[in-house]
Design a protein around this ligand. Structure first.
Ligand code: C5P
Length: 297
């Protein structure tokens, strides 16, 4: 008796960042797009809470109670007054510490899987509220598709998309810590007036129309200068993708994964081949978006 949930990665097509708040978080206008790279989270009844992980980056995944998947099981069990006695197995394909919400995906996946396994009856609203407690990007991993996140990024509004977008992702040689990138953002912003983060009307329209050229013209990531400051070699990866005909090249979220928007599948193949040949990254993957959020398989 076990339950498996498949959860997608995300790319941020817009990440507008406000000034640091008193609680240390930053207000965001965060436009998420779920893309077809997936982790699969399987939960099975066990004598005690235990996590295992397989996949290319498995050695970098914490297997203790700091793992968002474990925290999700503990949070739901706590609300129901039961013990979180499950074996959580993560088949990991989303890069670790990559800016693609891999940890958040595992949190959302474990939550949905435990809710199903335990017949815990949590509604969508309760699941989303637990997700928001776990982390700013976790609610989006549950819902998928395309959405605007405000507040820390956890207050979501679903967005219309008029088509499928073709992406290429370049995985970097090492990870970047999200808090470190936000700290670098604060350092670079010192003495500067930071405007309120707002979603770009042009970007929302491009998504609604499914217009790749218009989306490429509108994408932006205000964490990118901070990520590049901590990881300057990423500029070479961005340049390699642009040179191969990508419509847009940007750092995904807090990085260091870089994301390239391509006109179509054929162009994506070309960009991917050029990135592989460039020697500026560890691995290259293609994926389309939007795709559905966490789904029981
Ligand atoms: O919410 P989450 O645990 O994913 O956030 C990780 C870290 O990223 C936070 O501790 C904070 O340093 C930073 N962060 C932020 N503002 C946000 C989201 C995350 O400063 N809106």
């Amino acid at each position: 008796m076990s339950v498996t949930v498949r959860v997608p990665a995300k790319v941020n097509v817009q990440l507008a960042v406000g000034a640091a708040r008193p609680d240390g978080f930053h207000d965001l206008a965060n436009v998420f797009l779920a893309v077809g790279l997936y982790d699969e989270v399987t939960v099975t009844p066990a004598d005690e809470l235990r996590i295992t992980c397989e996949g290319p980056d498995a050695d970098q995944v914490p297997l203790d109670r700091t793992n968002l998947a474990a925290r999700a099981a503990i949070a739901l069990a706590g609300r129901r007054g039961i013990e979180p006695n499950v074996h959580i197995h993560i088949a990991k394909d989303i890069p670790v510490a990559g800016g693609m919400a891999g940890g958040s995906a595992d949190g959302a996946g474990a939550l949905l899987a435990c809710n199903t396994l335990w017949n815990a009856g949590a509604s969508r609203v309760e699941l989303l509220s637990i997700c928001a407690e776990l982390g700013s990007d976790v609610p989006f991993s549950l819902v998928g598709g395309a959405a605007l996140g405000i507040g820390r990024g956890e207050q979501l509004t679903a967005l219309e998309t008029g088509g499928t977008f073709h992406w290429v992702f370049a995985m970097a040689e090492r990870g970047l810590s999200t808090p470190a990138v936000f700290r670098e953002f604060d350092r670079l912003a010192e003495g500067r007036e930071i405007p309120e983060p707002v979603a770009s009307a042009d970007l929302l329209e491009a998504l609604a129309k499914g217009d790749s050229d218009a989306l490429a013209a509108a994408v932006s990531n205000e964490l990118q200068p901070a990520a590049l400051s901590l990881f300057p070699e990423l500029a070479d990866t961005l340049e390699a993708g642009r040179g191969a005909g990508a419509l847009a090249a940007l750092v995904s979220g807090s990085g260091p994964t870089t994301a390239f928007l391509a006109r179509d599948a054929e162009s994506a193949e070309k960009v991917a081949a050029a990135l592989r040949a460039s020697g500026t990254c560890r691995a290259v993957r293609m994926a389309v978006g939007p795709v559905a959020g966490a789904t029981v398989v």
